[in-house]
Design a protein around this ligand. Sequence first.
Ligand SMILES: CC(C)(COP(=O)(O)OP(=O)(O)OC[C@H]1O[C@@H](n2cnc3c(N)ncnc32)[C@H](O)[C@@H]1O)[C@@H](O)C(=O)NCCC(=O)NCCS
Ligand SMILES: Nc1ncnc2c1ncn2[C@@H]1O[C@H](COP(=O)(O)OP(=O)(O)OP(=O)(O)O)[C@@H](O)[C@H]1O
Length: 193
Amino acid sequence: MIILGLTGSIGMGKSTTAQMFIEEGVPVHDADAAVHRLYAGEAAPLIEAAFPGTVEDGVVDRAKLAEAVIGNPEAIKKLEAVIHPLVKADADRFLEENRQKGTPVVVLDIPLLFEKGNRHRVDKVVVVTAPADVQRERVLARPGMSEKKFEGILALQTPDEEKRKQADFIVETGYGLEHARTAVREILRQLKR
Ligand SMILES: CC(C)(COP(=O)(O)OP(=O)(O)OC[C@H]1O[C@@H](n2cnc3c(N)ncnc32)[C@H](O)[C@@H]1O)[C@@H](O)C(=O)NCCC(=O)NCCS
Ligand SMILES: Nc1ncnc2c1ncn2[C@@H]1O[C@H](COP(=O)(O)OP(=O)(O)OP(=O)(O)O)[C@@H](O)[C@H]1O
């Protein structure tokens, strides 16, 4: 089974590209989605213990948690120590299920593939990218986003240029959906050879 790692900085189009792999019949494990599930379940009590006041009715309030951690390196470290092992265990279950099914190619969608030493978990890396001005425009258009939060997140991420250098495949999302879809199909075609 070939494990493709899908990554990219904030707002580059990673989720949109992951959806394209799903549409091509490739199973995708989405680390962000796993975090969302965990925050509504088994991780909530652990988060409340580490960051009191960030959980309401058994569900982590992401805005409150973001306020507690973004721009605070110690807090981010503490949060990651709680959540990343749980996300990894979730991905490992996904891989095992697909190995048993004989799935030829799977995607692990890992936002922090380079940042957190996850490169060794995948065979090939797909980096999703777009010009910096397109990225900024997309991100600042999101509700609840501010210039300060955007800069705080960027500071935590490996620069796009560095990611692209380390990529096996690149998907450009600045030229529209069809352009990106063609790139996804081409990656799968190359892997089949
Ligand atoms: C800080 C939190 C509460 C902010 O939540 P919010 O819904 O506002 O933003 P969202 O999750 O969509 O993240 C926005 C951007 O920040 C990036 N990001 C999130 N956490 C981190 C991190 N620990 N380091 C670097 N970038 C991060 C995401 O990849 C994304 O590009 C949330 O991101 C979180 O709980 N992060 C810790 C878990 C984690 O590391 N997730 C990312 C990989 S699985
Ligand atoms: N190929 C594309 N062509 C045009 N627009 C795109 C393309 N890919 C993504 N977009 C747009 O860019 C925005 C961000 O995309 P998406 O949510 O997939 O980013 P992301 O990288 O997953 O973000 P984050 O890391 O913050 O979760 C969305 O509005 C999406 O519609």
